[in-house]
Design a protein around this ligand. Sequence first.
Ligand SMILES: [Zn+2]
Length: 302
Amino acid sequence: MYMVVILLMLVIAWKFYEFFYYRSKKFIDVKNRIQTYISDCNELNEHIEELKGMHLGINQLNYGQANFQDTSRYKYRRRELLNQVYAPNVYNCSRTVCSNAKNQPFKYVCKYFNIKTDEDNLSKFEEMLNNFEAAEQGKVALKREKQNIVDSIAKDIPFLIRTLGKNKLERKLGFTEVDFSTMYFPRYIFKYISSGGNASMQCDVVMDIANLNNFVTYLSEVVKFKKSAAGQRALMTSALRREILQRDGYTCKKCGASIQNEPNLLLEIDHIVPISKGGLTAKSNLQTLCWRCNRRKGSKME
Ligand SMILES: [Zn+2]
């Protein structure tokens, strides 16, 4: 009984301590001092979310909208389902189609999810890969940068606040929450359920970075290119991204920022003449830009 009372008093004391600490001048001074770094992190976080959202519109058909209400009792499921707004592609099919899809996933995804194997879709998937890979690298960069910032003020933050309430500290400093899940990768699902409901089978094709690389290569092999584009065009794969970054010395071609000065800088690959304006994916039309310059360029064009 005494133990419970003591524990309760400790918790209350801790809450009071936190409450007054986060209102103290000392904390507010520290927060103000690093404000620009925090805003930069939050802007990168926003940018990553934009990169992730790019793939909407790949599917040519509009299936209409439906209201969706999740009535499950557990929170973790709700979150997973919420994230599935990116991946609503389920195809209910026969047992044969399901097992064939397992053996030849790309062929069946194109066929049953109405993805035309043409130059247009190839470019879209290449862009998706380019954006998603930047998003994945951005998450790593952001995580490290955030840690650096928190470490840099460690000596000004009381030990208990730093260790017991780390998440709260980050929130109070003004960091927005980073979503590290990979649920945003498009997911194509072939689902078979027998009429009795006893037998079922499911084949998931997840377009993660590795699969997108393979899919882009697959599409490039089945697409019948128009004469003009064939031959002079490279494929925007992870390998090409690495090659361009290396060629440009991991330095932004616009502002000169580089990973020598900013080890956690997110660098992206940009089409100098955009594809929408007739630009090709060719080494001469590709350049390295830091995410800030790339973001500015993107917003100027709209
Ligand atoms: Zn730049």
